[in-house]
Design a binder for this molecule. Structure first.
Ligand code: B12
Length: 289
């Protein structure tokens, strides 16, 4: 195990954690105490080898919603920082009963109310890690071009759930109705581990049928072409270009609203969640379409 790039003597590793709890458990419990619905740990070397990180530089370039133009950075290419060994992945439940958690407001710091909550969990966790455990953490962005990692892969390796046929992270308790955030650590922890969970196995694929743009109707990527079996939509049937058409429609239907906690106004967008809300996995609040 290393800390701040230096290896720590075995006896000090024990001192980092409580008598009865391993360090990873302690971090996970703290993240939940600070407001995360789910939390886990992913090892960075493992994350680098995960499907999205391996494929992202090879799939056709995408400059749609969820990407940023940054000088000197290729779209969708992750930049790995030195000294980073593991990461904490957290999820916040975005229940259908609280749709405003997901509404994106241009001009509102954090973008959505849900994201503000995720950021606040990491602010508290970073402080606790530094003070109580002398562990350095690095808060990272949402957009890959601003320094993020592919969060769904991180969440799967951290044991939060699996990738469903709707191409989203599915969790046992909340289905796909969660939003994610990742914070990097300089301590070398193992991944919490992949969960044995596949609710899509014999599902009637409500998600795919719910898509207004038929984004799951064609084979877009193949294992033969990309040399890996874990593809967008699991088998390569998810088209982000088609999905993005719907996102652009949602943007065009956005409206000007007051920004909470300020005198400013912003443009509010309610992005499509049809493939997500149609999923029967998780709590009983779902709509089956
Ligand atoms: C860019 C982006 C978009 C773009 C492009 C999406 C894309 N998939 O290419 C657009 C605008 C279209 C989009 C749409 C949506 N997005 Co988006 N998006 C992102 C962003 C910033 C990067 C995603 C990306 O580029 N992936 C790379 C592409 C190449 O891979 P992929 O299509 O995801 O497919 C990979 C996985 O399926 C994986 N995989 C498949 N099987 C397996 C098995 C294992 C074991 C593992 C480890 C991995 C794995 O491998 C595939 C690659 O080969 C992330 C945030 C982040 N930093 O990660 C949010 C994110 C993925 N989006 C999210 C959401 C919620 C949405 C939408 C529902 C819109 C909305 N209301 O917010 C839709 C859902 C689309 C869908 N069904 O996938 C959430 C997903 C939460 C969840 N529960 O999964 C994220 C994580 C953001 C967040 N705040 O939490 N998004």
């Amino acid at each position: 195990m290393t800390l701040n790039g230096k290896s720590i003597p075995q006896k000090n590793i024990a001192a980092l954690s409580n008598k009865n709890d391993s360090l990873d458990r302690e971090i996970i419990n703290k993240a939940k105490e600070f407001g995360a619905s789910l939390a886990g740990i992913v090892n960075i070397e493992e994350l680098k080898r995960s499907p999205s990180h391996v494929i992202s530089g090879r799939v056709p370039k995408f400059g749609g919603v969820g990407t940023k133009k940054v000088e000197g950075r290729k779209p969708g290419e992750v930049e790995w920082r030195d000294g980073v060994r593991s990461a904490v992945v957290i999820a916040l439940a975005h229940s259908q009963k609280m749709p405003d958690l997901d509404w994106w407001v241009k001009g509102f710091k954090g973008g959505t109310k849900g994201n503000v909550q995720l950021i606040s969990v990491f602010l508290k966790l970073a402080e606790w890690l530094e003070k109580d455990k002398q562990i350095k953490s690095t808060k990272i962005a949402y957009h890959i071009e601003h320094g993020a990692v592919f969060m769904k892969d991180a969440a799967v390796l951290a044991g939060l759930g699996c990738i469903g046929k709707n191409n989203m992270l599915l969790t046992p308790d909340f289905g796909p109705r969660v939003r994610l955030r990742v914070m990097l650590l300089d301590v070398d922890l193992p991944s919490t581990g992949i969960m044995n969970f596949d609710p899509c196995f014999d599902c009637k694929e409500y998600c795919k049928r719910a898509c207004p743009q038929k984004a799951f109707d064609k084979q877009v990527y193949s294992s033969k072409e990309y040399g890996q079996n874990e593809l967008p939509g699991r088998t390569g049937v998810y088209s982000r270009t088609e999905c993005n058409v719907q996102m652009e429609i949602n943007i065009s239907k956005g409206k000007i609203v007051d920004i909470e906690g300020s005198d400013e106004k912003g443009h509010e967008v309610r992005y499509c969640r049809r493939c997500e809300l149609a999923c029967p996995v998780g709590k009983s609040e779902n709509i089956l379409t």
